[in-house]
Write a protein that binds this ligand. Sequence first.
Ligand code: FES
Length: 571
Amino acid sequence: MSALRSAAWYAGRDRDGYIHRAWMRRGLPGSAFDGRPHIAVANTASDLTPCNLHLTDVAEHVKQGVWAAGGVPLNLPVVSLGETQLRPTAMLWRNMAAMATEEMLRANPIDGVVLLGGCDKTIPALLMAAASVDLPAVVVPGGPMLTGTFRGTALGCGTDVWRLSEEVRAGTLSEKDFLDSESAMIRSRGHCNTMGTASTMGLLAEVLGMVLPGTAGLPAADSRLLTQAHETGRLVVEMVAEDRRPSTLLTRGSFNNAIVALAAMGGSTNAVVHLLAIAGRLGVPLVLDDFDRIGTGVPLLVDLQPAGRHLMEDLHRAGGLAAVLREVLDLLDPEAITVTGRPLVESLHAARIWDQEVIRTRAAPLLPAAGIAVLRGNLAPAGAIIKPAAASPELLRHRGRAVVFDSVEDLHARIDDPGLDVDAASVLVLRGCGPRGYPGMPEVSNLPLPAKLLRAGVRDMVRVCDGRMSGTAYGTVVLHVCPEAAAGGPLDRIRTGDWITLDVAARRIDVELPQPELDARPPSPAMLAALARPTRGWERLYVDTVLGADTGADLTFLTGSSGHAVPRESH
Ligand code: FES
């Protein structure tokens, strides 16, 4: 084993070594400085990130595992992002959390790190940080909450909020019943229990090879999560000894596996932008079209909300991630290894499906081909995405008149106006919601349907937006339209009344205008007036430097890796 990185702080017998050791002597045994690996436990627990609140308990078990394997565990609280609480949107802070975590991992005397995340943006941010600092790293996903029920019916955290609130707007559910369901939604510790972004990214972290196999998808309240946390603590000490780093795990093959898994699970569209960003940190040549090329032939096997019926607790009971992956074993890269140093596929052979209602077999899938379709056309020259499994089949080929909204505020002001000129065939367009425009690319693309159409029984319409969509949402939604309107994309020039055609089979999204006419139109003044123009702080830095969703919405200067060398010392 080569010399530990932390030895550069602790091994010297000079003044600097004295300082580094002395200030750490607050209960650590003297043996802590005899050449043992120092392991950071990067923890996103926060009272304001309720999905991650329990990670402090998980951290204690990780630490016990580190001690047991001869390492020294050290708490490292890192920036935490609570999806439901942060304004304007947690996505605005993903890159900041990644940057802050990366810098603290690099600047401190540590040899390896265990990353504790859960709520939507936390695992992506931690993986981006780990990729850029490239120290031995392993993730413990915090796990989903248990299934809550309301009046005998299971509640899908997130998805059922959309459904119930639409029922109130449609007049088929009273406001009192709606509010009564609130306390039943969150049954236990853990993150959202649908196949939303948190579940998707926790599971994909394991597919990428960054999680001890068998951990992702364990419910947060399941005592086996604590056992896995302990084993992860032991494992990271071994990873340091063998110099097993993210750059050796996060390969093209592991991203291919993640795309296959994303399709088979019916995972969140947000995974596209996160996987692109993580790959961008390591220079792995992953592009938007890879999601279509690799994923669309993959059968949909998991029947979970928002596209299906069940919830994460059911997925775990039915055999979990390993059972899903075993069904698509032939589509996985056999060379991609995990934090154990062994191929991912090797961990799948004993897996079984215990409930074929939740996890379908390859022979009887929910859909023979799922995945995420990448659309192009004169509305989205750099691409847009749609999740066909969450859409209405009859709308996947559609022509309709645009009803355009220039901002989220404009949408809210007019969507329920009885005088709004809209019908069931209209295409609802919302712009100015990309990374730069909002800023932060909020989850607003599944814009609510007009109340008068809801009352008439309409439950889905084609919607087009340059923002994101909650992983717990559903509908015929064309999202991540690139370039975004605020960056001069053609979405900024269309007008109410233009005809829009969507043809998912042909992978097209177009406005029926001659290209010279579209090019000659000025951007919408109302949209330009509504764009955020921050003058200072993180928001300013973000707006000035954020990349498009088609490449992961990272900052221009954060792509790539700086490694973990820190040659300078100030004392
Ligand atoms: Fe945290 Fe859904 S709000 S995972």
